[in-house]
Design a protein around this ligand. Structure first.
Ligand SMILES: Cc1cc2nc3c(=O)[nH]c(=O)nc-3n(C[C@H](O)[C@H](O)[C@H](O)COP(=O)(O)O)c2cc1C
Length: 381
């Protein structure tokens, strides 16, 4: 199976599965507890049907949107994800290059493996910095200043990870950073030697967003301990309000699921929210993002940019979310499997397929601009 054999999400997932050691594939693929939310995220799109219009003259389609003051050529962006150089040795460099080629936004995680400064210098497409809130307020301030100096466009604070999700696949394989594999997990690495050769023959694995602030060298602090020891579960709205004031720019909360919280985000001056359950990796049993989108758009959509992510695998999923009122749609695994399968070429192929699907689907819907999509296009079963 090669990249050219990949025509959709499932093909990329299969190629990634063949190329990655099992523990790494399962880290990307898996969710929390019984993975109910993970599955529901995609299923929820299937409970909603599109109602097309015809004969509207659809020669040229414009897929561009404006999100938090930035114009994107595509209504789909690469949501921030951790540890990308574990999936392919080019990691964030490949994702940023592909996002830039398709004129869309990419996120850099606090647990990213390439520095936000390097990526900012290399690409001019809008860059999001995904932030976790630390107990040490001085550290938070220093990290915000660093992101500002680097020229980050949008600050995105993840608020659904106040504690780590229960990812049982990772417990079984022993996936953690640094690796603490079970015997079965080690065997999975042994049967994928190509991944190992790539890993050791490229630049050393690092977490440059944290390196200057936290000693994670030589396994001193695992990511699990970083979450439990350094991040602040006592974070409250007034802490975030202070961060919003300090950043004094585009500020987005990622992981909002309730109308009450969406309203609070508006009150403290956020300019965006992402309706998200972290791809089903945190609170299992949480409602699907798509199911929760309409009530949040109705409550705050005229005052704040409402984005959504979770379970998106198709152009039609994106059109359904946009029809409900999302300003743009984030994807995670949709680009991570292609990254693992084939690096930059993989992510570019995935974005190319998405762009082609969106163009075709917009024409079939009878629309030439994203602003023409509305709830009149949708029926729920
Ligand atoms: C492997 C992996 C790592 C992730 N790492 C982060 C992260 O570091 N910070 C964050 O806010 N979200 C992270 N996410 C969540 C994504 O940003 C996004 O919300 C989610 O993947 C969307 O669901 P989808 O994968 O079904 O598209 C991660 C997701 C995956 C699959």
């Amino acid at each position: 199976m090669r990249l050219t054999d990949c025509h959709n999400f499932h093909d990329f997932r299969e190629l990634a599965r063949r190329r990655l050691p099992g523990p790494i594939f399962n880290y990307i693929d898996g969710g929390a507890d019984d993975e109910v939310t993970l599955r529901r995220n995609t299923e929820s799109f299937e409970c909603c049907d599109l109602v097309p219009n015809i004969l509207r003259g659809v020669g040229e389609v414009d897929l561009s949107v404006t999100v938090m003051g930035r114009r994107l050529a595509l209504p789909v962006y690469c949501s921030p994800t951790a540890l990308q150089r574990l999936f392919h040795h080019d990691g964030e460099r490949a994702v940023a290059a592909a996002a830039s080629r398709y004129g869309t936004m990419f996120g850099v995680s606090s647990l990213g493996t390439v520095s936000l400064e390097e990526l900012r210098k290399a690409y001019s497409t809008p860059q999001v910095y995904q932030f976790y809130f630390h107990k040490d307020r001085g550290l938070n301030r220093a990290m915000l200043e660093r992101a500002r100096t680097a020229g980050v466009d949008i600050m995105m604070l993840t608020v659904d990870s106040i504690t780590g999700g229960n990812r049982e696949r990772d417990l079984r394989t022993g996936f953690s950073i640094p690796f603490r594999l079970t015997l079965a997990g080690m065997l999975q690495f042994a049967i994928k030697p190509r991944w190992g050769i790539n890993y050791v023959s490229h630049e050393r694995f690092k977490l440059p967003q944290l390196d200057q602030h936290v000693d994670m060298s030589g396994g001193a602090l695992s990511i699990g301990r970083y979450f439990t020891e350094m991040l602040d579960p006592s974070m409250k709205w007034n802490d975030v309000a202070e961060m919003v004031r300090q950043w004094n720019g585009q500020f987005c909360l990622k992981g909002i699921m309730s109308v009450a919280d969406a309203k609070r985000a508006v009150e403290i001056g956020c300019t965006g929210i992402v309706v998200s359950n972290h791809g089903g990796r945190q609170l299992d049993g949480s409602r699907a993002s798509f199911d929760q989108l309409a009530e949040i758009v109705d409550a705050v959509g005229d005052r704040i940019n409402v984005l959504m992510d979770g379970g998106v695998q198709r152009g039609t999923h994106v059109l359904k979310a946009l029809s409900l009122g999302a300003k743009a749609v984030g994807v995670g695994r949709y680009y991570l499997f292609p990254l693992a399968a084939a690096g930059q070429a993989g992510v570019e192929r995935a974005l190319e397929l998405m762009q082609t699907e969106l163009q075709r689907d917009m024409k079939l819907m009878g629309c030439t601009a994203i602003s023409q999509l509305s709830r009149a296009n949708l029926r729920f079963r």
